[in-house]
Design a protein around this ligand. Structure first.
Ligand SMILES: *Cc1c(COP(=O)(O)O)cnc(C)c1O
Length: 379
């Protein structure tokens, strides 16, 4: 346990009540449609404390794209089944076999290598075959699914336990009645080929929720892998906030380390900034500028929205964030400014070794710290 008062550096704070509300609500909503949820932990860097809240609130399996994150879950005592969302590199096969229980795969070479690695552990490889329904990320083209299925059947020590697809990630192709019907037809084809029902018909990520709510997914679809919706409270096909879901689970907090009125000056020659970009911000009247102790090395700054009214972001470099605070009264050095992260900002902040992570329960006015950072701040 950390005392929140000892975390004075820049940090990401999470509200455990809000998160639990989201987890429980989505798990229940999906269950009412016959769908089980895998909680995708990549946006939280595999934080085991948050993962355990998922498991306490109706989410039965976890999923992540990265072995480092799964290792963090395991080190944090999580023993629930974990799905590896991204195929491991060939050199990672042994570690992947050790850390994950279910694999989303589309290449026979990887399947063979993992089957061998699992055999050494005395386990059978459990595979969800991925099919690409038009988003052009991972997955075999539908017309090649049957030959992949046959090749897997001819491989020892593999169980085909599901079919999955991933949409709305690369090209932004949304799940729709037609590609969902295609997924079901392909699932039926695989079942006929392997001679037993599939456990998982996995229609995708948070972009499927809008279709789930209206008009509904085909009844055979029984599984979703959800990340963003659980953490940010919104579906991702249209970015709509879901009812009964909270969008205020995470705050990024940074401190004002300089606060000065800066008047316009005749501009010297302006070249590129710290990131090699030409910037066109001009100071046309005196403004009070605050410099905060967070920067692009810590988090995707473009994904932060200030929560303090009157504060706007005017620039940043690797280690500094510059905000206009002219319209904020009573601000002093040492004050903290809060930001709401979007998905990119959340994922980068939660994997930054420079930011502390602090969970709290909003009980009355006081904050009770519950979480500890999965990766310790370097300080
Ligand atoms: C990241 C990912 C998800 C979760 O996506 P969200 O939009 O965060 O719900 C699901 N499946 C796969 C394969 C992923 O890579």
């Amino acid at each position: 346990m950390l005392d929140i008062n000892t975390i004075s550096g820049p940090r990401i704070e999470f509200d455990t009540d809000a998160l639990q509300q989201n987890f429980a609500h989505l798990a229940k909503l999906c269950a009412a449609h016959g769908i089980a949820v895998s909680g995708v932990t990549k946006a939280i860097g595999g934080n085991p404390y948050i993962a355990s809240l998922m498991l306490d609130n109706g989410i039965c399996t976890l999923a992540d794209a990265r072995l480092d994150n799964i290792a963090r879950l395991r080190a944090g005592g999580i023993d629930a089944p974990v799905m590896l969302l991204r195929a491991p590199a060939m050199g990672e096969v042994a570690e992947a076999a050790r850390l994950a229980d279910i694999f989303l795969l589309s290449e026979i070479e990887t399947i063979r290598a993992l089957a061998t690695a699992k055999a050494k552990l005395g386990e059978c490889l459990q595979v969800v075959l991925m099919v690409d329904l038009g988003d052009l990320r991972e997955g075999v083209p539908p017309e090649d699914l049957l030959s992949l299925t046959r090749a897997v059947m001819a491989t020892e020590n593999v169980d085909i336990i599901g079919i999955g697809t991933n949409l709305a990630c690369n090209l932004g192709v949304l799940p729709d009645p037609s590609n969902m019907a295609e997924l079901v037809a392909l699932a039926n084809q695989i079942e006929a080929t392997i001679g037993h029902p599939l456990r998982y018909i996995s229609a995708g990520n948070s972009s499927a929720l809008s279709l789930l709510l209206n008009p509904g997914l085909p009844s055979k679809i029984n599984y979703l892998r959800l990340g963003e919706s659980l953490f940010l409270g919104r579906e991702t096909a249209h970015g709509q906030t879901l009812t009964h879901m909270r969008g205020d689970c995470f705050d990024l907090v940074a401190q004002v380390i300089e606060l000065k009125l800066k008047a316009p000056r005749p501009y010297a020659v302006r070249g590129r900034n710290a990131f090699g970009q030409q910037v066109d911000v001009e100071l046309t009247e005196p403004r009070q500028l605050g410099v905060l102790n967070v920067g692009a090395v810590d988090c995707e700054i473009g994904g932060l929205s200030p929560l303090t009214s009157g504060v706007s972001i005017v620039g940043y470099s690797s280690d500094h964030l510059i905000v206009d605070t002219t319209d904020v009264s009573d601000l002093t050095i040492g004050d903290e400014i809060r930001f709401r992260p979007d998905y990119r900002a959340l994922a980068t902040a939660m994997t930054s070794p420079y930011l502390a992570q602090a969970g709290f329960q909003a009980s009355g006015a006081s904050l009770t710290l519950e979480g500890t950072p999965p990766c310790l701040p370097l300080r």
